[in-house]
Design a protein around this ligand. Structure first.
Ligand code: SF4
Length: 272
């Protein structure tokens, strides 16, 4: 692992709604909490796919849909999960309430921006579960690609990214840039890294899928966007895995884009 980077020297970062630092100096506590919680939920519901379905259904932000699907949801399990998540994960989502209070009406149709606190908690477990379910299928895919959030780039130099086969590709113009660090690591494990700029992921994923025998996707994005991308991949028959950004700090959330980071150690553990 590469050491002494600009980002690793920075103080823990805070996002608009969440931060995986949760008041500590590192994100290790977040990842160990998520793993421990997922293990506990799997003790109550050992089938990973079934647990994933329960978690996805209970996170629906729509009371009508909830009523329609409530019979298929294991109520005692869900109330146990929701209570446990609130107690354990609220420390990582301290900005959600204030963000929702000040979110203008015109932006409340945006599914990502209007994510509620309990949904963040469910999404965090969903990411871990999806990684556990699809990791091997991802690794066995003939063509593996990664989409890295554009806000991870180093804002100091002029970015030299160029138009690649599917999306922009990093030219490694500065070694401290987090996109460069991710790109180098992903290539080491045979994964083709791109900088995520496309708005139409459906079209992009279908195009990549049509050009290869089997395809696996890796996302590095903020919690709600990563979950959306993973769900889309599953719908299209593409095994997904992913790593959440340490905090949500792009222009979609803040007035101006502030650099973010993610755990290179967690990424390597996932793909090695
Ligand atoms: S290292 Fe890559 S992503 Fe970062 S600024 Fe340079 S070209 Fe852009």
């Amino acid at each position: 692992m590469q050491g002494g980077t600009r980002h690793q020297c920075l103080m823990p970062i805070k996002g608009k709604t969440y931060s995986l630092y949760g008041g500590s100096k590192e994100t290790d506590q977040y990842y160990s909490t998520i793993r421990e919680l997922t293990d506990r939920f799997l003790e109550r519901c050992p089938d990973k796919q079934e647990l994933l379905q329960h978690i996805q259904k209970s996170g629906k932000d729509n009371s009508f849909l909830k009523k329609l699907t409530i019979k298929q949801v294991h109520k005692p399990l869900i109330s146990y999960i929701n209570k446990t998540l609130k107690d354990s994960l609220s420390v990582f989502t301290t900005g959600v309430k204030q963000h929702l209070k000040t979110l203008p009406l015109s932006r409340r149709l945006d599914d990502v921006l209007k994510t509620r606190e309990y949904q963040y908690h469910l999404y965090m477990i969903e990411i871990e579960l999806v990684n556990r379910i699809y990791r091997m299928a991802f690794k066995k895919s003939d063509y593996k690609f990664a989409l890295i959030a554009h806000c991870l780039r180093d804002f100091r130099p002029e970015c030299k990214a160029f138009e690649g086969e599917y999306e922009s590709e990093c030219k490694s113009c500065t070694k401290d840039c987090f996109i460069n660090l991710g790109t180098v690591l992903l290539r080491k494990y045979g994964i083709n890294p791109f900088i995520s700029v496309s708005m139409d992921l459906d079209k992009l994923f279908n195009k990549i899928k049509s050009e290869h025998k089997s395809v696996g996707a890796l996302g590095i994005a903020c919690v709600p966007e990563l979950v959306q991308g993973m769900r889309l991949c599953i719908k299209l028959g593409i095994p997904p895995v992913g790593i959440p950004l340490d905090a949500n700090r792009c222009a979609r959330w803040l007035r101006q884009c502030k650099e973010s980071s993610f755990s290179l150690e967690e990424l390597e553990d996932l793909i090695k």
